[in-house]
Design a protein around this ligand. Structure first.
Ligand SMILES: [Zn+2]
Length: 172
């Protein structure tokens, strides 16, 4: 059995914050505002996996109100979401993602993002697509005010759901 999921995330770009995408620190004079490290790409992918599992979204599992997630490493959040998928008997088949940012150029960093994500997703880098786009000078991305990411994921069931979870929602 296969399950498909879609994820979306956007963060305001502000001075004094690091820009981290797919777990890769990207040199730039501004970065993502947000409670965690603001890694929009990783958040969109995690949300896509949660969506495929019908498990709500990142905000449900890692609430802003919980100080333990302040400045959290989003790759660790993604790792917990992948663990949940495995608990439910699913493996990641492939991911396709778009990252939209006006500057800086992301292309030199895309392969490092794919390798990072593939390691946490427990799949080959050949199953992780990351496409860098600009906003063509339009909207919040185009004005350089935001970074946005979209992702779709395909999950493949490799084992039946473990009795311990019973298909019920469980805090990860
Ligand atoms: Zn986010």
């Amino acid at each position: 059995m296969f399950r498909v999921g879609i994820g979306y995330d956007t963060h305001r770009l502000v001075e004094g914050r690091p820009l981290v995408l797919g777990g890769v620190p990207v040199p730039f004079d501004r970065g993502s505002d947000g409670h965690s490290d603001g890694d929009a790409l990783t958040h969109a992918i995690a949300d896509a996996i949660l969506g495929a599992l019908c498990e709500g979204d990142l905000g449900v599992h890692f609430p802003d109100s919980d100080t333990q997630w302040k400045d959290a490493d989003s790759m660790q959040l993604l790792s917990r979401v992948v663990w949940l998928a495995h608990e439910r008997g699913f493996e990641i088949e492939n991911i396709d993602a778009n990252v939209m940012i006006e500057r800086p150029k992301l292309r030199p960093h895309v392969d490092a993002m794919r390798a990072n994500l593939a390691r946490v997703l427990n799949i080959e880098a050949g199953g992780v697509s990351v496409k860098a786009k600009t906003g063509e000078g339009l909207d919040a991305v185009g004005r350089g005010d935001a970074v946005t990411a979209q992702a779709v994921v395909l999950l493949k069931q490799t084992s039946s759901v473990r009795a311990s979870t019973g298909g019920t929602t469980k805090q990860i």
